[in-house]
Design a protein. Structure first.
Length: 132
């Protein structure tokens, strides 16, 4: 087994924003270490560039890194509300996504569709239209 430190994009800091954190992993290869980190909580799983860097390290660095991770309060909280209460993330550590995600459907369109459906069904109930 080898030891790796993996730099990954972590979330829960705002829309189209991220924070980079180091994870210390024991794995057979760098590719396996990256896969393990991608599946961990708080990592942006669905981003193609979620894993920034993978570095092979010694056992001593691995132990010291695990101690640092245990001391980092970011990994001990459970949700974004606790993160804000305990001030776990510095504002200067938060980075903007270079390419903002485009959402397929805007929220207001859903309401427009629902309103149109309600109007059509009310017309049918009142006898305005009948279908054979």
């Amino acid at each position: 087994m080898n030891y790796y430190k993996v730099l990954a994009k972590c979330g829960h800091v705002g829309r189209n924003k991220y924070i980079e954190k180091w994870f210390y992993i024991k794995a057979k290869s760098g590719k396996e270490a990256a896969k393990i980190v991608r599946d961990l909580p708080r990592v942006k799983h669905h981003h193609k560039d979620a894993i920034k860097d993978v570095i092979k390290i010694s056992f001593e660095e691995y132990i010291n890194g695990k101690k640092l991770t245990d001391q980092d309060f970011f990994f001990h909280i459970h949700n974004q509300r606790e993160q804000k209460i305990y001030n776990c993330v510095d504002e200067e550590d938060i980075k903007e996504e270079q390419r903002k995600r485009k959402y397929k459907i805007k929220r207001h369109r859903q309401w427009l569709k629902a309103d149109a459906f309600i109007k059509e069904s009310n017309k049918e109930l009142q006898g305005g239209r009948f279908y054979d």
